[in-house]
Design a protein around this ligand. Structure first.
Ligand code: UD1
Length: 420
């Protein structure tokens, strides 16, 4: 199992290029199953999660070729309508195959994803949405079996809470349904807009893209898609946080500044200087005395839950009392005890972490528990006095392409070591 060894090496400086978004490409890969033929996706990050999704699609009979960041998915010979437990348990997003498979083939069997490192993550909304489109759902022996007679039927469905995954699954299913579907209170995360745009490129008839009401006029067939993955806003945010925690100056390029509104507000509030260009953001925290703040995670365009761990690490280095409240996953705080091992002073009260910041962080052995928690530990390690050893960094490999290479280029001192 790989670990990172990190030692502080002063403020990070320079520029870093952002990869394609993991959370955007995973549903698009599933969407390719809706067509017959070869779909193409460019700017695909080379990550453990994209490999897992490729494996899930291969099980169904898709043929996949990846050439660096270009991916092609041939869905002409799908013949096994199942996503097995062994794969789905390692990556929740495998569940995205449910909507496309039942919409195209009228039946499928997909393992329930199960919980997550930080608690339960239900899929009830995915199932209710598919039922609204006429699928018969049976949950048995840990699998969801979905069936429909002929095509799914367009319907109006209102998501009781904002769910990125359920919106993606139902949107994909609705594209091949008979008649019109109106999906109310849909998520408006950029990754949903990117999925809708890819589906439109495949011939889907979708209006209201970017709003909470998606109107989908079902079509009989879709053609293979071709499109570019949008930039990863969480990776971009993590590098901005790396600049902030080291009090450095970093220009993050090949990103979409409009996707970062709430995050950039927080960086400005704590005293970082932010410059914005067409496809870049520069964060300057050099010689700045940063200030504490209070953050609440919300669905887009609010502050993303996927950035709260990284910001908590930053706030641990800022003198004064800050707080981070997670309203999306109110027990997503596995990183707290590990940050405490590095000297941070954080107390938890229900869905809120209260950070008494400004203590000097000191290197220690810590353990990564999930993707974004791992990123937070790396950030803390960049400034913790002495050496920090982070074990189980396979979590990081799920979602950050060449993380250590990009950080090293900015001046960070970290190495990957392999321990058997
Ligand atoms: C996606 C992201 C994840 C991010 C999350 C929230 C991907 C692959 N993952 O996860 O990185 O942290 O959005 O922005 O894109 N819920 C239900 N029932 C459901 C589905 C969700 O109650 O059927 C709840 C969840 O427990 C959570 C909330 O809805 O409290 C939002 O979850 P959701 O947006 O669905 O997250 P994911 O799509 O799983």
């Amino acid at each position: 199992m790989d670990s990172f060894l990190i030692s502080p090496n002063g403020p990070l400086k320079g520029s870093v290029q952002i990869s394609g978004a993991k959370n955007a490409v995973l549903p698009v890969m599933a969407a390719a199953m809706l067509a017959d033929g070869v779909s193409k996706i460019s700017n695909v990050p080379q990550l453990k999660d994209t490999k897992t999704m490729s494996d899930v699609l291969r099980v169904t009979g898709c043929r996949i070729k990846q050439n660096e960041n270009d991916l092609s998915i041939d869905s002409s010979d799908i013949n096994h309508l199942e996503a097995p437990y062994e794969l789905v348990k390692t990556m929740r997003a495998s569940f995205y195959v449910l909507g496309p498979l039942v919409a195209k083939f009228g039946k499928c069997r997909v393992s329930l994803p199960g919980g997550c490192a930080w608690g339960p993550r239900p899929v009830d909304l995915h199932l209710k949405g598919l039922e609204a489109l006429g699928a018969k759902i049976n949950v048995t022996h840990g699998y969801v079996e979905a069936l429909c007679d002929g095509r799914l039927k367009g319907n109006t469905f209102s998501f009781p809470i904002s769910s990125v995954g359920a919106t993606a699954n139902i949107l994909m299913a609705a594209t091949l349904a008979e008649g019109t579907s109106i999906l109310q209170n849909s998520s408006i995360e950029p990754e949903i807009t990117a999925l809708a745009n890819y589906l439109i490129e495949m011939g889907a008839e979708i209006s209201g893209v970017g709003t909470r009401t998606l109107i989908v006029k079902g079509v009989e067939k879709l053609k293979p898609g071709n499109g570019q993955t949008i930039a990863d806003r969480i990776e971009a945010g993590t590098f901005l946080a790396a600049a902030a925690i080291t009090r450095g100056k970093v220009k993050v390029t090949a990103m979409v500044p409009e996707h970062q509104g709430a995050l950039l507000e927080v960086f400005k509030n704590i005293g970082c200087e932010i410059s914005i260009g067409e496809n870049w953001v520069e964060l300057d925290a050099e010689n700045k005395e940063l200030m504490p703040t209070h953050i609440t995670t919300l669905p887009y365009p609010g502050f993303p839950t996927d950035m709260q761990a990284q910001l908590m690490a930053v706030l641990a280095t800022v003198k004064g009392t800050s707080s981070v409240r997670d309203t999306i996953y109110n027990d997503r705080f596995k990183h707290v005890s590990e940050l405490e091992r590095l000297g941070a002073e954080i107390s938890l009260k229900e869905d809120t972490a209260i950070i008494n910041g400004g203590n000097e962080l000191t290197g220690a052995q810590v353990m990564a528990s999930d993707l974004r928690a791992s990123a937070a530990l790396v950030l803390a390690g960049l400034v913790a006095k002495g050496q920090t050893e982070i074990s189980r960094i396979y979590h990081l490999d799920r979602g950050y392409e060449n993380f250590e290479g990009k950080l090293s280029k900015l001046g960070a001192k970290l190495e990957r070591v392999h321990k058997s």
